[in-house]
Design a protein around this ligand. Structure first.
Ligand SMILES: Nc1nc2c(ncn2[C@@H]2O[C@H](COP(=O)(O)OP(=O)(O)OP(=O)(O)O)[C@@H](O)[C@H]2O)c(=O)[nH]1
Ligand SMILES: [Mg+2]
Length: 470
């Protein structure tokens, strides 16, 4: 497994488009500084405190159910996450067990092997594929003698590196502090078992007083972030309301991280959004306008990707962003056809969609990366998703078909009416063009006579000018 992981780091950003390059540079400039488990820092709410230091890492997973392929996929994904966070994966170990060890996550025999591997490769961090209890983290750290973090902390760290907007940053910080709070308590418990004495590596917790101060500080910061986010949510809702008032139908692109959502938005609308072969390249939603072949306007929104075991703190913190998806007229669910387990990824996405109440929205499944798919896999994909649209954002294959499928799935204008719009109301004529489907136009002395298909909302606005309705 070692060969597989080494030298993969250089490939991370090979095909970022020029528009995203600045983003990318800024991201790469942000390298790790100090440890999440460090107790030396004065203020635990400090951003520095929450940043992970990961350089040479060894991954460790427990395989409890399913096939060995599934276990390996999960560890591969963890490797990609670790690389996205800027570390070098030097080895990965999987242990077959009925369930994770309550004390040290992996069993004691495997702990010894892990310690030897860490020492032999000069690793500085172990990343466990799961969410470990505070006690497990401490015990494992003590046994292997280097820092141990879990999948949740890793994902939180990536989100922290990638967040750009004020809202995104606040959301991530809130999630991080919530993750940190019980873990501070963990160190506290260890401390009291030690009778307050210094318990050695991993147990050198803050003194009781500092612990209390830290907790108070975190709680205060959490409350402040909640207030800030509430304000930002109002701003977002105002923006969204004005969009709803104009009733431009909205399409949300959702899907597993790295499936090609941003690439598809770029292919559909020519938007220059950062595309990167890294997980969670996109954290801020971006919306672009597009038009149907008949000229009706709609919006397309790129969203944050999903991942298996997305930390619940993050789903909670990103709820307002994810709610954009729940309010769209259509969810375009992008699936990476070249991934070994597309069904598993799709299932993980549907779980999160359901959590934010977006499972009732009509869904259009799009299987992407066709250019990488061999004929056998293609047959399998077609039988798994008989109604999907098959595309390649890279070659452009299927993109026209996707555009048609989106058009068909958008709310349809179902009323045909003929109106006479006075020349002073040029604004209404352009609204008709952008939101309805104009069938005929004729210029008369008293105004423009237009026959068009419109949706109910637009029909209401035009009521005063109607000559005939079908
Ligand atoms: N070969 C191939 N690669 C693709 C295709 N579409 C996207 N990719 C690559 O897949 C990687 C991820 O693409 P993105 O568009 O950033 O994916 P995303 O779903 O927006 O990812 P996140 O924002 O990180 O969740 C990039 O390296 C893309 O170049 C495709 O059709 N074919
Ligand atoms: Mg993206």
């Amino acid at each position: 497994m070692r060969e597989q992981y080494e030298n993969t780091r250089e490939d991370l950003s090979s095909d970022a488009p020029s528009t995203g390059e600045l983003d990318l540079e800024a991201r790469q400039a942000l390298r790790r500084v100090s440890g999440i488990a460090s107790t030396e820092l004065e203020d635990v709410t400090d951003a520095e405190y929450r940043r992970l230091r990961l350089e040479r890492v060894v991954l460790v997973g427990v395989w409890t159910e399913g096939s060995i392929e599934e276990a390996e996929n999960s560890l591969d994904e963890l490797a990609q996450l670790a690389e996205t966070a800027g570390s070098e994966v030097v080895d990965g170990l999987i242990q077959r067990r009925s369930k994770p060890d309550a004390g040290t996550f992996i069993g004691s025999g495997k702990v010894k092997e892990l310690k030897d591997t860490v020492e032999a490769l000069g690793a500085d961090t172990v990343i466990a594929d799961g969410e470990l209890s505070p006690g497990q983290l401490i015990a494992l750290e003590k046994a292997v003698n280097v820092k141990v973090i879990d999948r949740t902390a890793l994902i939180l760290d990536i989100f922290a590196q990638h967040a750009k907007s004020a809202e995104g940053k606040a959301q991530v910080e809130l999630a991080q502090l919530q993750y940190l709070l019980p873990r501070l308590r963990g160190w506290g418990d260890a401390m009291s078992r030690q009778g307050g004495s210094n318990g050695g590596v991993g147990l050198r917790g803050p003194g009781e007083t500092k612990l209390e101060t830290d907790r108070r500080r975190i709680r205060a910061k959490v409350a402040k972030l909640r207030r800030e986010l509430a304000k930002l949510t109002v701003t977002r809702e105002t923006k969204r309301d004005s969009r709803t008032r104009n009733r431009v139908p909205g399409v949300a692109i959702a899907g597993y991280t790295n499936a090609g959502k941003s690439s598809l938005l770029n292919a559909l609308t020519g938007a220059g959004i950062l595309v990167q072969d890294a997980l969670f390249a996109t954290l801020d939603t971006s919306t672009r306008r597009s038009r149907t072949s008949e000229g009706r306007e709609y919006t397309v929104t790129d969203t944050v990707g999903f991942v298996r075991h997305l930390p619940h703190q993050l789903v909670e913190a990103f709820r307002s962003t994810l709610e954009e998806v729940a309010e769209s007229d259509l969810v375009v669910h992008v699936i990476d056809g070249s991934h070994p387990d597309p069904l598993g990824q799709a299932e993980a996405v549907r779980t999160v969609l359901a959590e934010v109440g977006a499972d009732e929205i009509p869904e259009l499944v799009v299987v992407n990366k066709l250019d990488l798919v061999d004929p056998d896999t293609m047959l399998q994909l077609r039988s798994d998703w008989p109604d999907a649209v098959f595309v390649s954002a890279h070659s452009g294959e299927g993109i026209d078909k996707l555009r048609d499928a989106i058009e068909d799935a958008l709310p349809q204008p179902n009323t045909t009416l003929t109106v006479c719009i006075p020349y002073v109301r040029g604004d209404l004529v352009s609204r008709l063009r952008s939101r309805g489907e104009v069938l005929t136009t004729e210029h008369r002395g008293d105004g423009t006579v237009i026959t068009a298909r419109v949706d109910d909302a637009l029909a209401g606005e035009l009521r005063a000018f109607v000559l005939e309705t079908d």
